[in-house]
Design a protein. Structure first.
Length: 83
């Protein structure tokens, strides 16, 4: 699965560079290419964050619930670890 992720990341990087007009043969990229190169560094994390927020929107977990889960797990294991 890791190899697939790395392959996908490489493919996506190449597609982004191609789409923005990045030219590896020149020493100085155009201002447009540099501006467009910055966009994936903004758009990809924002998209991932919004996706995570959307997925977790109904996840009901607060301090009390987390404490209950921890106690139940400790009871199941029969071992209480210091906190």
């Amino acid at each position: 699965m890791v190899k697939f992720g790395l392959a996908f990341a490489g493919l996506l990087s190449g597609m982004i560079l191609s789409a923005i007009g990045f030219n590896q043969a020149v020493a100085q990229q155009t201002d447009e290419a540099l501006t467009l190169l910055r966009l994936p560094y903004i758009v990809v994390p924002i998209t991932g964050t919004l996706l995570a927020i959307f997925i977790m929107r109904n996840y009901d977990l607060d301090e009390e619930k987390a404490h209950e889960i921890r106690l139940a797990l400790e009871a199941r294991r029969g071992v209480t670890e210091p906190t």
